[in-house]
Write a protein that binds this ligand. Structure first.
Ligand SMILES: NC(=O)c1ccc[n+]([C@@H]2O[C@H](COP(=O)([O-])OP(=O)(O)OC[C@H]3O[C@@H](n4cnc5c(N)ncnc54)[C@H](OP(=O)(O)O)[C@@H]3O)[C@@H](O)[C@H]2O)c1
Length: 246
């Protein structure tokens, strides 16, 4: 039985990755921060080989505790999915130091130190899959978020080299507009979320936004099937960042 960890697995793309792993017979530890979403995930996954843990990726103490939990529950890990993320629309003039730091604490520092804590548990031949974001895409109001994901992209390349001795492959999925409960942005009103979806349908070359299942399949492909690929970033964006025009 394969063993996997999915950070930010309680809803959206992360939950779709968890479901795909379970369908393939894996045992999964998944994390989230929001208590209500954690309870909903626990209910949805009841009876499955899934362990839902509250773990704030922005907290070093929580990352250490997650490592202990994974060590006790799974013993070792075949596939690690670093999928958690947070984004908040804030225009230049309104970005506070706290807002900037939170994006980097969760998306960048949290991702890096989660890999660091879990790397000793990763089996030889295992894999890490990061969820980044469509390349070269510019959204006004997402400067801190974009910077935090670019930093993750940068260290993913270095980790791909550093984990070579254990034959651990490090790859990323780069989603474009994907229909998730939040559309990847916290605190959007229902109306703003629908408008964001509409923009996605209009500006994506394939003329629709993607599904969480499409991202999950790509992530699982990188983790399990792409056994001769490392340091690859696979776009799942309907052509959005592929020079096909917006
Ligand atoms: N949706 C899109 O169109 C889109 C596009 C490009 C990239 N992305 C990226 O794709 C990933 C998944 O996005 P999504 O739209 O499915 O969901 P999301 O709303 O961005 O949340 C993803 C997951 O991260 C968890 N999370 C948020 N903050 C956390 C923290 N501090 N500690 C631990 N977990 C935390 C969430 O759990 P709780 O909310 O329960 O805490 C949730 O399970 C994210 O990395 C996002 O940046 C999304």
């Amino acid at each position: 039985m394969k063993k996997a960890v999915v950070t930010g697995g309680t809803h959206g793309m992360g939950l779709a990755i968890v479901r795909e792993l379970l369908a393939r017979g894996a045992e999964v530890v998944l994390t989230g921060r929001n208590e209500r979403n954690i309870e909903e995930a626990r209910t949805a996954l009841k009876g499955e080989a899934a362990h839902v843990v509250r773990s704030d990726a922005g907290s070093m103490a929580d990352i250490a505790a997650l490592g202990d939990f994974v060590g006790e529950k799974l013993g070792s890990v075949d596939h690690l999915f670093i999928n958690h993320g947070m984004a908040r629309f804030t225009e230049l003039a309104d970005v506070t130091e706290q807002e900037w730091d939170r994006h980097f604490a969760v998306n960048t520092k949290g991702s890096f130190f989660t890999v660091q804590r879990l790397a000793p548990l990763l089996n030889e031949g295992g894999s890490v899959v990061f969820t980044t974001v469509a390349n070269d895409v510019v959204f006004p109001g997402l400067s801190a978020y974009s910077a935090s994901k670019e930093a993750m992209r940068a260290f993913a390349h270095v980790l791909a080299v550093e984990l070579l001795p254990k034959k651990i492959r490090v790859n990323s999925v780069a989603p474009g507009y994907i229909k998730t409960p939040t559309m990847g942005v916290a605190d959007l009103s229902e109306e703003q979320r629908r408008e964001f979806e509409r923009q996605g349908d209009e500006s994506t070359p394939l003329r629709r936004i993607g599904t969480v299942e499409e991202v999950a399949k790509a992530a699982l492909f990188l983790a399990e099937d792409a056994t001769f690929s490392t340091n690859v970033e696979l776009a799942v964006d309907g052509g959005f960042a592929q020079g096909l025009g917006h």
